[in-house]
Design a binder for this molecule. Structure first.
Ligand SMILES: [Zn+2]
Length: 188
């Protein structure tokens, strides 16, 4: 159990349909629901296979307190989490596509973890590598531990929406995020 003693905080993006669904694809898939599903798969892998303790910033797919980003950071901080991973789906023009991962500017550890997760997602999903980006997102700024935010693919892109609606692809995305985290933790 490689991650025994480690606490991982998983942050499924957006409070959920009815409060904040996040982006919604052309077929009607909402970001919060997909992020919740992938997040739970990541949690199961890290807990059952690697022995990590898992903290989630949401208790259900619709969770009102999680509408506050500072609340999300406080969940991770209060739990003394070692790692914070926020899971989102991207939106842009209908043609925009691919995978990208964010870290807080100046965080060397954040950059390494982001690269590790990005590498696995690109290898496992086979989508365009949009690389790493920095952002001043509250969940990255207010968290005390190494934190990243990954945008798995574009829900606003019809092909990628269809792709991420497949059960096997959501599982692959979760496997990739978990493996990227493990890769980072064994080398840092
Ligand atoms: Zn989002």
């Amino acid at each position: 159990m490689l991650l025994k003693g480690k606490t991982i905080c998983i942050d499924p993006g957006h409070a959920g349909p009815g409060i904040d669904p996040g982006c919604v694809g052309p077929m009607g898939t909402d970001e919060a629901t997909v992020a919740w599903d992938i997040s739970n798969r990541v949690a199961a892998i890290l807990q059952n296979r690697w022995g990590a303790a898992i903290i989630m910033t949401k208790n259900d797919v619709v969770d009102a307190p999680s509408d506050s980003l500072s609340y999300r950071a406080s969940v991770a901080n209060n739990a003394g989490a070692d790692i914070f991973v926020s899971i989102h789906l991207n939106a842009g023009s209908p043609a925009a596509h691919g995978t990208e991962t964010f870290f807080y500017a100046g965080s060397d550890a954040g950059s390494k973890l982001a690269q590790s997760i990005q590498n696995q997602l690109v290898a496992c999903l086979g989508l365009t590598d949009r690389g790493l980006k920095t952002a001043n997102y509250a969940v990255l700024r207010l968290t005390d531990m190494t934190a990243v935010l990954t945008e798995v693919c574009f829900l606003s892109n019809y092909d990628e929406e269809e792709y991420i609606n497949r059960d096997d692809i959501r599982q692959k995305a979760a496997e990739a995020i978990a493996q990227g985290l493990v890769d980072y933790l064994v080398t840092n």
